[in-house]
Unconditional design. Structure first.
Length: 70
Protein backbone atom coordinates (compact mmCIF):
# COMPACT_ATOMS: atom_id res chain seq x y z
CA UNK A 1 0.00 0.00 0.00
CA UNK A 2 3.02 2.28 0.28
CA UNK A 3 4.07 1.96 -3.37
CA UNK A 4 1.92 2.09 -6.50
CA UNK A 5 1.22 -1.26 -8.17
CA UNK A 6 3.59 -0.35 -11.03
CA UNK A 7 6.56 -0.54 -8.67
CA UNK A 8 5.58 -3.64 -6.68
CA UNK A 9 4.80 -6.05 -9.53
CA UNK A 10 8.44 -6.85 -10.25
CA UNK A 11 10.14 -6.47 -6.90
CA UNK A 12 13.34 -8.57 -6.56
CA UNK A 13 13.47 -9.78 -10.14
CA UNK A 14 16.37 -9.74 -12.59
CA UNK A 15 14.69 -7.57 -15.23
CA UNK A 16 14.36 -3.79 -15.09
CA UNK A 17 11.03 -2.09 -14.56
CA UNK A 18 9.22 -1.50 -17.87
CA UNK A 19 9.29 2.24 -17.10
CA UNK A 20 13.11 2.22 -17.06
CA UNK A 21 15.01 2.19 -20.34
CA UNK A 22 18.03 -0.04 -20.90
CA UNK A 23 20.38 2.94 -20.80
CA UNK A 24 18.92 4.09 -17.48
CA UNK A 25 19.20 0.57 -16.06
CA UNK A 26 22.87 0.29 -17.08
CA UNK A 27 23.61 3.73 -15.63
CA UNK A 28 21.93 2.80 -12.32
CA UNK A 29 23.89 -0.46 -12.14
CA UNK A 30 27.16 1.40 -12.74
CA UNK A 31 26.40 3.96 -10.03
CA UNK A 32 25.28 1.27 -7.54
CA UNK A 33 28.37 -0.84 -8.21
CA UNK A 34 30.67 2.15 -7.81
CA UNK A 35 29.06 3.03 -4.48
CA UNK A 36 29.40 -0.54 -3.21
CA UNK A 37 33.04 -0.74 -4.32
CA UNK A 38 33.75 2.58 -2.60
CA UNK A 39 32.35 1.31 0.71
CA UNK A 40 34.25 -1.98 0.44
CA UNK A 41 37.48 -0.09 -0.33
CA UNK A 42 37.00 2.03 2.80
CA UNK A 43 36.75 -1.20 4.78
CA UNK A 44 39.97 -2.52 3.25
CA UNK A 45 41.88 0.76 3.67
CA UNK A 46 44.88 0.16 5.97
CA UNK A 47 44.43 3.61 7.53
CA UNK A 48 41.16 2.44 9.08
CA UNK A 49 42.71 -0.64 10.66
CA UNK A 50 41.14 -1.31 14.03
CA UNK A 51 38.09 0.88 13.40
CA UNK A 52 35.60 -1.87 12.66
CA UNK A 53 32.95 -0.62 15.07
CA UNK A 54 30.57 0.34 12.26
CA UNK A 55 31.68 -2.10 9.58
CA UNK A 56 28.47 -4.12 9.45
CA UNK A 57 26.41 -0.96 9.66
CA UNK A 58 28.22 0.58 6.68
CA UNK A 59 27.85 -2.51 4.52
CA UNK A 60 24.26 -3.16 5.56
CA UNK A 61 23.10 0.38 4.93
CA UNK A 62 24.86 0.48 1.57
CA UNK A 63 23.25 -2.77 0.43
CA UNK A 64 19.84 -1.58 1.67
CA UNK A 65 20.26 1.74 -0.12
CA UNK A 66 21.22 0.01 -3.35
CA UNK A 67 18.27 -2.37 -3.03
CA UNK A 68 15.83 0.48 -2.49
CA UNK A 69 17.21 2.74 -5.22
CA UNK A 70 17.79 0.15 -7.94
Amino acid sequence: ALLPEVYTDGLCVTVPNPLVTEVQAVFLEIIATMALVLVVCTVWDPRTYGQFDSLTLKLGLMIATIFISV
